[in-house]
Design a binder for this molecule. Structure first.
Ligand code: ACO
Length: 320
């Protein structure tokens, strides 16, 4: 088996939709500013008591159903999240229990908004080396719980949700290559400072802090370079890309990557407008949207990319 191949996708968004107009009543912001700077019109927020595992479970069930695969057939479960339900066990283990899977390795990956690309890359390598045959890869976030809803610099940007894929070993392509990177010296530009110790949050608070302009500049250059790296590795011309499935942080960052690839926006899956930035869930949510509405077809070539706190970033070139 030379490749891992996507055999199912699924996603879940909480029912509650918060529009920019509603946000205007919470914090000093306005619809025109948010739309012009980010492209975001609305985001979904988890209900009280609804957690990351709850959303992951719904996305996973939908991906398994599309894959016509039972949870008991999974031999690897990786869940990317920045907002685990508990310090431990991992949300992947909580999900495994609710899926009634027994014995498969299950673990979380923490790479903030690049988490899904990291998890996807790890699962691909497990499958390519023969260590796993069928893997569930999930990105799930209750990002709303690490936002200060009085901080207009951050709270307008994010939302909650989950996305999942099932990967299976295959002789047919498949995931062509994955590329992940980190530059920890930028840890001060996008972070949540708090640490839990002695039963309390220490060293600051549990809310997201961001230097937006620095993140913006780094994102554009890192995403351009990692997309180029994926193309060069596969000796593939950018004209062969059918779909860009980008991390959904900001429409201006997405536009810049599409421009670099010379892809018209009709060839880009965009969900940021209605979902905001769902961190590790954003790429699999976008992928599932494109698959389920029929835009993404079997045999097409996709490029997935993301950037997040760390900084971390990554891309995957995929024959769907
Ligand atoms: N509503 C109204 N005004 C606002 C808001 C808001 N929500 N937020 C900031 N402003 C004001 C600022 O106070 C500032 O006012 P001033 O000029 O009077 O001081 C003005 O708008 C401009 O602020 P900037 O920060 O310079 O705005 P910018 O054009 O850089 O846009 C933004 C900000 C949208 C955050 C942009 O920098 C961006 O998208 N950065 C990347 C963010 C990102 O992608 N983060 C996620 C990474 S993934 C992860 O790992 C979580």
């Amino acid at each position: 088996m030379k490749y891992s191949r996507i055999i199912g996708t699924g996603s879940y968004l909480p029912d509650r939709i918060v529009t920019n107009a509603e946000l205007e009543t919470w914090v000093d912001t306005n619809d025109a500013w948010i739309v012009e700077r980010t492209g975001i019109h609305a985001r979904h927020l988890a209900a009280e008591g609804e957690g990351t595992c709850d959303m992951a479970l719904q996305a996973a069930k939908r991906a398994l159903e599309m894959a016509a695969c039972s949870a008991q057939d999974l031999d690897l479960i990786i869940l990317a999240t920045t907002t685990p339900d508990q310090i431990y066990p991992s949300t992947a283990c909580l999900l495994q229990s609710r899926l009634d899977n027994h014995g498969a390795p299950a673990f979380d990956v923490q790479a903030v908004c690049s988490g899904f690309l990291y998890a996807f890359s790890i699962a691909d390598k497990f499958i390519k080396t023969g260590a796993a045959k069928r893997a569930l890869v999930v990105g799930a976030e209750t990002y709303s719980r690490i936002l200060n809803w009085q901080d207009r610099n951050t709270c307008v940007l994010f939302g909650d949700g989950a996305g999942a894929v099932v990967l299976e070993a295959s002789d047919e392509p498949g995931v062509l290559s994955t590329h992940i990177h980190a530059e920890g010296s930028f840890n001060h530009l996008l972070y949540v400072p708090g640490t839990v110790a002695q039963g309390q949050i220490q060293n600051g608070d549990g809310f997201t802090k961001m230097h937006g302009q620095e993140v913006f500049k780094f994102a554009i250059s890192a995403l351009s370079s990692v997309v180029e790296e994926a193309l060069v590795t596969n000796q593939l011309d950018k004209s062969k890309i059918d779909w860009l499935v980008p991390h959904q942080a900001n429409i201006r960052i997405i536009n810049a990557t599409a421009k670099k690839l010379k892809l018209p926006m009709e060839k880009v899956i965009v969900t940021v407008t209605e979902q905001g930035n769902t961190s590790a869930a954003s790429v699999p949510l976008a992928l599932d949207a494109g698959v389920r509405d029929g835009r993404i077809q079997r045999g097409q070539t996709l490029i997935l990319e993301a950037i997040g706190g760390g900084f971390t970033w990554g891309a995957a070139l995929v024959k769907y």
